[in-house]
Design a protein around this ligand. Structure first.
Ligand code: FAD
Length: 415
Protein backbone atom coordinates (compact mmCIF):
# COMPACT_ATOMS: atom_id res chain seq x y z
CA UNK A 1 0.00 0.00 0.00
CA UNK A 2 1.47 3.40 -0.93
CA UNK A 3 1.42 6.45 1.33
CA UNK A 4 -0.08 8.62 -1.36
CA UNK A 5 -3.72 9.25 -2.08
CA UNK A 6 -3.56 8.11 -5.71
CA UNK A 7 -4.52 4.45 -6.10
CA UNK A 8 -3.59 3.74 -9.73
CA UNK A 9 -2.24 5.41 -12.88
CA UNK A 10 -2.34 4.49 -16.57
CA UNK A 11 0.43 6.09 -18.64
CA UNK A 12 -0.12 6.37 -22.38
CA UNK A 13 3.17 6.24 -24.29
CA UNK A 14 6.42 4.39 -23.55
CA UNK A 15 8.86 6.98 -24.84
CA UNK A 16 11.36 8.50 -22.43
CA UNK A 17 8.63 10.64 -20.80
CA UNK A 18 6.22 7.75 -20.23
CA UNK A 19 8.94 5.42 -18.92
CA UNK A 20 10.40 8.05 -16.53
CA UNK A 21 6.92 9.02 -15.27
CA UNK A 22 6.07 5.34 -14.73
CA UNK A 23 9.36 4.67 -12.94
CA UNK A 24 8.97 7.63 -10.56
CA UNK A 25 5.40 6.62 -9.73
CA UNK A 26 6.20 2.96 -9.10
CA UNK A 27 9.10 4.02 -6.85
CA UNK A 28 6.48 5.79 -4.72
CA UNK A 29 4.50 2.56 -4.57
CA UNK A 30 1.68 3.80 -6.83
CA UNK A 31 0.49 1.00 -9.17
CA UNK A 32 1.21 1.94 -12.80
CA UNK A 33 0.44 0.45 -16.18
CA UNK A 34 2.18 1.88 -19.26
CA UNK A 35 0.50 1.46 -22.67
CA UNK A 36 2.19 1.69 -26.04
CA UNK A 37 1.20 0.57 -29.50
CA UNK A 38 4.74 -0.71 -30.04
CA UNK A 39 7.68 -1.88 -27.94
CA UNK A 40 9.01 0.83 -25.58
CA UNK A 41 11.15 3.64 -26.96
CA UNK A 42 10.72 3.17 -30.69
CA UNK A 43 9.79 6.75 -31.68
CA UNK A 44 11.61 10.08 -31.01
CA UNK A 45 13.27 8.61 -27.93
CA UNK A 46 14.97 6.02 -30.15
CA UNK A 47 16.84 8.00 -32.75
CA UNK A 48 17.71 11.32 -31.11
CA UNK A 49 21.21 12.76 -30.86
CA UNK A 50 21.55 11.51 -27.28
CA UNK A 51 22.65 14.83 -25.79
CA UNK A 52 22.02 15.44 -22.12
CA UNK A 53 22.15 19.18 -22.69
CA UNK A 54 21.10 21.25 -19.66
CA UNK A 55 22.60 24.44 -21.13
CA UNK A 56 20.22 24.56 -24.13
CA UNK A 57 17.93 27.26 -22.76
CA UNK A 58 17.45 29.15 -26.02
CA UNK A 59 14.88 27.76 -28.42
CA UNK A 60 13.91 28.57 -31.98
CA UNK A 61 11.30 31.21 -31.05
CA UNK A 62 13.74 34.09 -31.36
CA UNK A 63 13.58 37.44 -33.10
CA UNK A 64 17.01 36.95 -34.71
CA UNK A 65 15.98 33.72 -36.48
CA UNK A 66 12.62 34.62 -37.98
CA UNK A 67 14.16 37.02 -40.53
CA UNK A 68 16.43 34.22 -41.80
CA UNK A 69 13.61 31.70 -42.21
CA UNK A 70 12.43 32.66 -45.76
CA UNK A 71 16.04 32.44 -47.01
CA UNK A 72 16.54 29.07 -45.29
CA UNK A 73 13.34 27.67 -46.78
CA UNK A 74 14.18 28.48 -50.36
CA UNK A 75 17.52 26.71 -50.38
CA UNK A 76 17.63 22.92 -50.50
CA UNK A 77 21.00 23.05 -48.71
CA UNK A 78 19.67 24.48 -45.47
CA UNK A 79 18.84 23.35 -41.94
CA UNK A 80 15.11 24.09 -42.29
CA UNK A 81 12.69 22.55 -44.79
CA UNK A 82 8.96 22.41 -45.46
CA UNK A 83 6.68 19.76 -46.84
CA UNK A 84 4.50 22.17 -48.79
CA UNK A 85 1.47 19.84 -48.76
CA UNK A 86 1.36 20.15 -44.95
CA UNK A 87 1.65 23.93 -44.67
CA UNK A 88 -2.11 24.71 -44.80
CA UNK A 89 -2.59 22.35 -41.84
CA UNK A 90 0.32 23.83 -39.94
CA UNK A 91 -0.57 27.48 -40.56
CA UNK A 92 -2.12 28.09 -37.10
CA UNK A 93 1.06 26.68 -35.48
CA UNK A 94 3.27 28.84 -37.72
CA UNK A 95 1.28 31.99 -36.89
CA UNK A 96 1.52 31.26 -33.16
CA UNK A 97 5.24 30.58 -33.57
CA UNK A 98 5.77 33.95 -35.25
CA UNK A 99 3.83 35.61 -32.43
CA UNK A 100 6.08 33.84 -29.89
CA UNK A 101 9.26 35.05 -31.56
CA UNK A 102 9.55 38.33 -29.67
CA UNK A 103 12.38 39.13 -27.28
CA UNK A 104 9.97 38.93 -24.34
CA UNK A 105 8.63 35.52 -25.32
CA UNK A 106 12.15 34.25 -26.07
CA UNK A 107 13.28 35.26 -22.55
CA UNK A 108 10.16 33.71 -20.95
CA UNK A 109 10.85 30.39 -22.69
CA UNK A 110 14.56 30.56 -21.83
CA UNK A 111 13.81 31.24 -18.15
CA UNK A 112 11.36 28.35 -17.79
CA UNK A 113 13.40 25.92 -19.87
CA UNK A 114 16.33 26.79 -17.62
CA UNK A 115 14.20 26.10 -14.53
CA UNK A 116 13.81 22.43 -15.52
CA UNK A 117 16.99 21.94 -17.56
CA UNK A 118 19.01 23.01 -14.55
CA UNK A 119 17.64 20.01 -12.62
CA UNK A 120 17.82 17.56 -15.50
CA UNK A 121 21.25 15.96 -14.92
CA UNK A 122 20.74 15.42 -11.18
CA UNK A 123 17.39 13.77 -11.93
CA UNK A 124 19.06 11.33 -14.37
CA UNK A 125 21.98 10.69 -12.04
CA UNK A 126 19.48 9.59 -9.37
CA UNK A 127 17.94 7.08 -11.76
CA UNK A 128 21.33 5.96 -13.11
CA UNK A 129 22.33 4.84 -9.60
CA UNK A 130 19.85 1.99 -10.07
CA UNK A 131 20.86 0.75 -13.54
CA UNK A 132 24.13 -0.29 -15.17
CA UNK A 133 25.07 2.52 -17.57
CA UNK A 134 28.51 1.23 -18.52
CA UNK A 135 29.03 1.75 -22.26
CA UNK A 136 25.72 3.62 -22.41
CA UNK A 137 26.60 7.07 -21.00
CA UNK A 138 29.78 9.01 -21.80
CA UNK A 139 30.81 12.07 -19.77
CA UNK A 140 33.13 14.09 -22.02
CA UNK A 141 31.07 17.23 -22.57
CA UNK A 142 29.44 18.56 -25.74
CA UNK A 143 30.90 21.02 -28.28
CA UNK A 144 29.07 23.52 -30.48
CA UNK A 145 30.94 25.04 -33.41
CA UNK A 146 30.08 27.93 -35.71
CA UNK A 147 31.38 30.27 -38.39
CA UNK A 148 31.38 34.02 -37.87
CA UNK A 149 28.67 34.38 -40.54
CA UNK A 150 25.86 34.49 -37.96
CA UNK A 151 27.90 36.16 -35.27
CA UNK A 152 24.98 38.27 -34.05
CA UNK A 153 22.96 35.15 -33.23
CA UNK A 154 25.90 33.52 -31.47
CA UNK A 155 26.49 36.66 -29.41
CA UNK A 156 22.82 36.71 -28.42
CA UNK A 157 22.95 33.06 -27.30
CA UNK A 158 26.09 33.63 -25.24
CA UNK A 159 24.55 36.70 -23.60
CA UNK A 160 21.25 34.98 -22.69
CA UNK A 161 23.06 31.98 -21.23
CA UNK A 162 25.28 34.33 -19.21
CA UNK A 163 22.21 36.18 -17.94
CA UNK A 164 20.68 32.91 -16.73
CA UNK A 165 23.92 31.74 -15.14
CA UNK A 166 24.49 28.84 -17.57
CA UNK A 167 28.13 27.68 -17.49
CA UNK A 168 29.86 27.87 -20.90
CA UNK A 169 33.42 28.00 -22.21
CA UNK A 170 33.87 29.92 -25.44
CA UNK A 171 36.69 28.42 -27.53
CA UNK A 172 38.60 29.52 -30.62
CA UNK A 173 39.22 27.23 -33.58
CA UNK A 174 42.57 25.99 -32.27
CA UNK A 175 41.16 25.10 -28.86
CA UNK A 176 38.37 23.12 -30.54
CA UNK A 177 40.84 21.30 -32.78
CA UNK A 178 42.91 20.43 -29.71
CA UNK A 179 39.83 18.65 -28.35
CA UNK A 180 38.66 17.20 -31.69
CA UNK A 181 41.73 17.05 -33.99
CA UNK A 182 40.02 15.16 -36.84
CA UNK A 183 37.51 17.94 -37.62
CA UNK A 184 38.03 19.95 -40.81
CA UNK A 185 38.73 23.57 -39.84
CA UNK A 186 35.62 24.91 -41.59
CA UNK A 187 34.43 26.80 -38.49
CA UNK A 188 35.70 29.82 -36.60
CA UNK A 189 34.83 29.27 -32.94
CA UNK A 190 32.52 27.43 -30.57
CA UNK A 191 31.35 26.67 -27.07
CA UNK A 192 32.24 23.75 -24.82
CA UNK A 193 29.90 22.48 -22.11
CA UNK A 194 32.27 20.20 -20.23
CA UNK A 195 29.66 19.12 -17.67
CA UNK A 196 27.17 17.86 -20.30
CA UNK A 197 27.17 14.23 -21.33
CA UNK A 198 25.78 11.96 -24.01
CA UNK A 199 24.12 8.62 -24.57
CA UNK A 200 26.06 6.05 -26.54
CA UNK A 201 22.73 4.31 -27.06
CA UNK A 202 19.54 6.22 -26.09
CA UNK A 203 17.35 3.19 -26.72
CA UNK A 204 19.63 1.01 -24.59
CA UNK A 205 19.27 3.45 -21.67
CA UNK A 206 15.49 3.64 -22.07
CA UNK A 207 15.23 -0.16 -22.02
CA UNK A 208 17.28 -0.36 -18.80
CA UNK A 209 14.94 2.18 -17.17
CA UNK A 210 11.93 0.27 -18.48
CA UNK A 211 13.26 -3.02 -17.10
CA UNK A 212 13.74 -1.34 -13.72
CA UNK A 213 10.12 -0.15 -13.92
CA UNK A 214 8.95 -3.76 -14.56
CA UNK A 215 11.22 -5.12 -11.80
CA UNK A 216 9.62 -2.74 -9.32
CA UNK A 217 6.16 -4.05 -10.22
CA UNK A 218 5.12 -1.79 -13.12
CA UNK A 219 2.95 -3.28 -15.87
CA UNK A 220 3.14 -2.82 -19.63
CA UNK A 221 0.38 -3.38 -22.18
CA UNK A 222 1.35 -3.34 -25.85
CA UNK A 223 -1.77 -2.05 -27.52
CA UNK A 224 -2.90 1.05 -29.37
CA UNK A 225 -4.84 3.44 -27.15
CA UNK A 226 -7.95 4.65 -28.93
CA UNK A 227 -9.54 6.88 -26.33
CA UNK A 228 -9.06 8.44 -22.87
CA UNK A 229 -11.77 9.78 -20.66
CA UNK A 230 -12.50 10.92 -17.14
CA UNK A 231 -15.55 9.03 -15.90
CA UNK A 232 -15.91 10.75 -12.52
CA UNK A 233 -13.84 12.36 -9.75
CA UNK A 234 -11.77 9.24 -9.00
CA UNK A 235 -12.06 7.28 -12.19
CA UNK A 236 -10.59 7.54 -15.67
CA UNK A 237 -10.72 5.05 -18.52
CA UNK A 238 -8.29 4.02 -21.25
CA UNK A 239 -9.80 2.25 -24.25
CA UNK A 240 -7.42 0.17 -26.37
CA UNK A 241 -8.06 -1.75 -29.57
CA UNK A 242 -9.08 -4.71 -27.35
CA UNK A 243 -10.78 -3.50 -24.17
CA UNK A 244 -11.26 -0.80 -21.47
CA UNK A 245 -9.04 -0.23 -18.41
CA UNK A 246 -9.93 1.87 -15.35
CA UNK A 247 -7.45 3.96 -13.32
CA UNK A 248 -7.71 6.80 -10.88
CA UNK A 249 -5.51 8.98 -13.10
CA UNK A 250 -4.04 8.93 -16.59
CA UNK A 251 -0.80 10.49 -17.85
CA UNK A 252 -0.77 11.40 -21.54
CA UNK A 253 2.84 11.02 -22.79
CA UNK A 254 2.49 10.27 -26.50
CA UNK A 255 5.02 12.87 -27.68
CA UNK A 256 4.05 14.30 -31.07
CA UNK A 257 1.06 11.93 -31.18
CA UNK A 258 -0.64 13.49 -28.16
CA UNK A 259 -2.72 16.04 -30.08
CA UNK A 260 -5.36 13.56 -31.23
CA UNK A 261 -6.20 12.93 -27.56
CA UNK A 262 -6.16 16.57 -26.41
CA UNK A 263 -8.46 17.47 -29.33
CA UNK A 264 -10.86 14.72 -28.23
CA UNK A 265 -10.68 16.00 -24.64
CA UNK A 266 -11.88 19.38 -25.93
CA UNK A 267 -8.65 21.37 -25.63
CA UNK A 268 -7.19 23.08 -28.66
CA UNK A 269 -3.47 22.72 -27.88
CA UNK A 270 -1.31 23.70 -30.88
CA UNK A 271 1.05 20.73 -30.71
CA UNK A 272 2.80 19.83 -33.96
CA UNK A 273 6.03 18.21 -34.99
CA UNK A 274 9.49 19.30 -36.09
CA UNK A 275 10.71 16.33 -38.04
CA UNK A 276 14.38 15.37 -37.65
CA UNK A 277 16.62 12.76 -39.26
CA UNK A 278 19.61 10.56 -38.54
CA UNK A 279 22.01 8.21 -40.31
CA UNK A 280 24.86 6.08 -38.96
CA UNK A 281 28.43 5.77 -40.22
CA UNK A 282 29.35 2.34 -38.93
CA UNK A 283 32.65 1.97 -37.00
CA UNK A 284 33.37 5.70 -37.37
CA UNK A 285 32.54 6.70 -33.79
CA UNK A 286 36.26 6.95 -32.99
CA UNK A 287 36.58 10.06 -35.20
CA UNK A 288 35.25 12.34 -32.45
CA UNK A 289 35.28 11.93 -28.68
CA UNK A 290 32.05 13.75 -27.87
CA UNK A 291 29.02 15.24 -29.69
CA UNK A 292 29.87 18.08 -32.07
CA UNK A 293 27.07 20.34 -33.31
CA UNK A 294 27.63 22.67 -36.26
CA UNK A 295 25.18 25.48 -35.54
CA UNK A 296 25.31 27.11 -39.00
CA UNK A 297 24.14 23.80 -40.48
CA UNK A 298 21.59 22.78 -37.82
CA UNK A 299 23.16 19.35 -37.57
CA UNK A 300 25.52 17.41 -35.33
CA UNK A 301 27.33 14.12 -34.86
CA UNK A 302 27.39 11.89 -31.78
CA UNK A 303 29.73 8.94 -31.23
CA UNK A 304 27.46 6.00 -30.39
CA UNK A 305 27.61 2.22 -30.15
CA UNK A 306 25.90 1.90 -33.54
CA UNK A 307 28.59 4.09 -35.13
CA UNK A 308 28.84 7.82 -35.65
CA UNK A 309 25.26 9.11 -35.57
CA UNK A 310 24.75 12.20 -37.76
CA UNK A 311 21.56 13.93 -36.71
CA UNK A 312 19.60 17.04 -37.43
CA UNK A 313 17.58 19.44 -39.51
CA UNK A 314 14.08 20.68 -38.84
CA UNK A 315 11.42 19.75 -41.37
CA UNK A 316 7.87 21.01 -40.97
CA UNK A 317 5.72 18.31 -42.52
CA UNK A 318 3.46 16.55 -40.03
CA UNK A 319 3.34 12.94 -38.95
CA UNK A 320 2.23 11.28 -42.18
CA UNK A 321 4.55 12.47 -44.96
CA UNK A 322 7.28 9.97 -45.91
CA UNK A 323 10.99 10.44 -45.15
CA UNK A 324 12.67 13.03 -47.43
CA UNK A 325 15.76 11.79 -49.27
CA UNK A 326 16.84 15.43 -49.69
CA UNK A 327 17.09 15.83 -45.90
CA UNK A 328 19.24 12.69 -45.67
CA UNK A 329 21.48 14.02 -48.47
CA UNK A 330 21.79 17.29 -46.59
CA UNK A 331 22.95 15.49 -43.43
CA UNK A 332 25.42 13.42 -45.45
CA UNK A 333 26.91 16.54 -47.07
CA UNK A 334 27.20 18.29 -43.70
CA UNK A 335 28.87 15.24 -42.14
CA UNK A 336 31.43 14.97 -44.92
CA UNK A 337 32.16 18.68 -44.75
CA UNK A 338 33.33 18.20 -41.13
CA UNK A 339 34.82 14.73 -41.54
CA UNK A 340 35.75 14.10 -45.21
CA UNK A 341 36.91 10.56 -44.38
CA UNK A 342 33.26 9.49 -43.91
CA UNK A 343 31.99 7.27 -46.73
CA UNK A 344 29.05 4.85 -46.59
CA UNK A 345 26.11 5.32 -44.29
CA UNK A 346 23.22 3.15 -43.11
CA UNK A 347 19.97 3.42 -41.11
CA UNK A 348 18.13 6.40 -42.63
CA UNK A 349 15.73 7.41 -39.84
CA UNK A 350 12.96 10.01 -39.47
CA UNK A 351 11.72 11.09 -36.03
CA UNK A 352 9.09 13.44 -34.68
CA UNK A 353 10.00 16.15 -32.16
CA UNK A 354 6.84 17.18 -30.29
CA UNK A 355 6.81 20.98 -30.34
CA UNK A 356 4.53 23.77 -29.15
CA UNK A 357 4.87 27.19 -30.83
CA UNK A 358 6.32 28.74 -27.66
CA UNK A 359 8.77 25.83 -27.26
CA UNK A 360 7.73 25.07 -23.67
CA UNK A 361 6.41 21.57 -22.89
CA UNK A 362 2.90 20.97 -21.56
CA UNK A 363 3.14 19.56 -18.03
CA UNK A 364 0.16 19.38 -15.71
CA UNK A 365 -3.52 18.50 -15.48
CA UNK A 366 -5.86 18.80 -18.43
CA UNK A 367 -8.03 21.88 -18.00
CA UNK A 368 -11.29 19.99 -18.41
CA UNK A 369 -10.32 16.61 -16.90
CA UNK A 370 -8.24 17.12 -13.78
CA UNK A 371 -7.33 13.45 -13.46
CA UNK A 372 -5.75 13.36 -16.90
CA UNK A 373 -2.22 14.76 -16.63
CA UNK A 374 -0.32 16.00 -19.69
CA UNK A 375 3.38 15.31 -20.21
CA UNK A 376 4.36 16.08 -23.80
CA UNK A 377 5.83 18.73 -26.09
CA UNK A 378 9.50 18.58 -25.07
CA UNK A 379 10.68 19.54 -28.59
CA UNK A 380 14.48 19.26 -29.11
CA UNK A 381 15.11 18.56 -25.43
CA UNK A 382 12.85 15.66 -24.51
CA UNK A 383 15.74 13.28 -24.04
CA UNK A 384 17.48 15.63 -21.60
CA UNK A 385 14.22 16.33 -19.79
CA UNK A 386 12.98 12.73 -19.34
CA UNK A 387 14.03 12.12 -15.75
CA UNK A 388 13.09 15.56 -14.40
CA UNK A 389 9.72 15.37 -16.16
CA UNK A 390 9.09 12.00 -14.52
CA UNK A 391 9.87 13.58 -11.16
CA UNK A 392 7.62 16.60 -11.75
CA UNK A 393 4.64 14.61 -13.05
CA UNK A 394 4.87 12.03 -10.26
CA UNK A 395 5.01 14.95 -7.80
CA UNK A 396 1.81 16.41 -9.28
CA UNK A 397 0.05 13.05 -9.06
CA UNK A 398 1.13 12.43 -5.48
CA UNK A 399 0.22 16.02 -4.55
CA UNK A 400 3.70 16.91 -3.25
CA UNK A 401 4.71 20.48 -2.60
CA UNK A 402 7.20 21.96 -5.06
CA UNK A 403 9.35 25.08 -5.22
CA UNK A 404 9.07 25.08 -8.99
CA UNK A 405 6.73 27.46 -10.78
CA UNK A 406 4.78 25.00 -12.94
CA UNK A 407 2.24 27.51 -14.24
CA UNK A 408 4.23 28.37 -17.44
CA UNK A 409 3.91 24.73 -18.58
CA UNK A 410 0.12 24.57 -18.12
CA UNK A 411 -2.07 24.07 -21.19
CA UNK A 412 -4.09 27.06 -19.94
CA UNK A 413 -1.65 29.29 -21.87
CA UNK A 414 -3.45 28.24 -25.06
CA UNK A 415 -7.02 28.69 -23.85
C1 FAD B 1 16.41 13.96 -34.77
C2 FAD B 1 16.16 14.22 -33.31
C3 FAD B 1 17.23 14.51 -32.48
C4 FAD B 1 17.00 14.79 -31.11
N1 FAD B 1 18.07 14.98 -30.28
C5 FAD B 1 17.86 15.23 -28.96
C6 FAD B 1 18.95 15.37 -28.07
O1 FAD B 1 20.11 15.22 -28.45
N2 FAD B 1 18.69 15.68 -26.78
C7 FAD B 1 17.42 15.85 -26.32
O2 FAD B 1 17.25 16.18 -25.15
N3 FAD B 1 16.36 15.63 -27.13
C8 FAD B 1 16.55 15.33 -28.43
N4 FAD B 1 15.49 15.13 -29.27
C9 FAD B 1 14.14 15.26 -28.74
C10 FAD B 1 13.68 14.02 -28.00
O3 FAD B 1 14.07 12.86 -28.70
C11 FAD B 1 12.16 14.04 -27.85
O4 FAD B 1 11.72 15.29 -27.34
C12 FAD B 1 11.72 12.95 -26.87
O5 FAD B 1 12.23 11.70 -27.28
C13 FAD B 1 10.21 12.89 -26.77
O6 FAD B 1 9.89 11.84 -25.90
P1 FAD B 1 8.40 11.39 -25.68
O7 FAD B 1 8.41 10.28 -24.72
O8 FAD B 1 7.58 12.60 -25.38
O9 FAD B 1 7.91 10.91 -27.15
P2 FAD B 1 8.25 9.60 -28.00
O10 FAD B 1 9.60 9.09 -27.75
O11 FAD B 1 7.89 9.92 -29.42
O12 FAD B 1 7.25 8.53 -27.42
C14 FAD B 1 5.86 8.60 -27.62
C15 FAD B 1 5.31 7.20 -27.48
O13 FAD B 1 3.89 7.23 -27.59
C16 FAD B 1 3.46 6.08 -28.30
N5 FAD B 1 2.12 6.30 -28.84
C17 FAD B 1 1.73 7.25 -29.71
N6 FAD B 1 0.41 7.12 -29.97
C18 FAD B 1 -0.03 6.07 -29.22
C19 FAD B 1 -1.30 5.45 -29.05
N7 FAD B 1 -2.40 5.87 -29.69
N8 FAD B 1 -1.38 4.39 -28.22
C20 FAD B 1 -0.29 3.93 -27.55
N9 FAD B 1 0.92 4.48 -27.68
C21 FAD B 1 1.06 5.55 -28.50
C22 FAD B 1 4.53 5.93 -29.38
O14 FAD B 1 4.54 4.60 -29.92
C23 FAD B 1 5.80 6.27 -28.63
O15 FAD B 1 6.42 5.14 -28.06
C24 FAD B 1 15.68 14.81 -30.61
C25 FAD B 1 14.61 14.48 -31.45
C26 FAD B 1 14.85 14.18 -32.79
C27 FAD B 1 13.70 13.78 -33.66
Amino acid sequence: MNNYKCKSVGVVGAGIQGVCVGLHLIKKGIPVTIFDKQDPGRMASYGNAGHFSPYAVLQLNRPDIIYDIPKMLFTSYGPLALKWNYIPKMLPWILKYLKSSTKKSMMHTAKYMHQILNLSLDAYDDLFKEIDTSNLVERKGIIYIWTNKNKKSRDLEIKVRDQLGVKQKILNQKEILDLEPKLSPVFDAGAFYDYAYHARDPHGILIKLFELFLKKGGKFIKSEVKNLKQIDKDKTEITTSETNYSFEKIVLACGAFSKKFTDELGENIPLDTERGYHVHFENMDHLISRPVIFLDRGFGMTPMNQGLRAVGTVELGGLKNPLSKKRIDYILRCSKELLPQLKNHKDEWLGFRPTLPDFLPVLGPSLKNKNIIYSFGHQHLGWTLGAITGKIISGIISEENTNLNLQPYSSSRFS
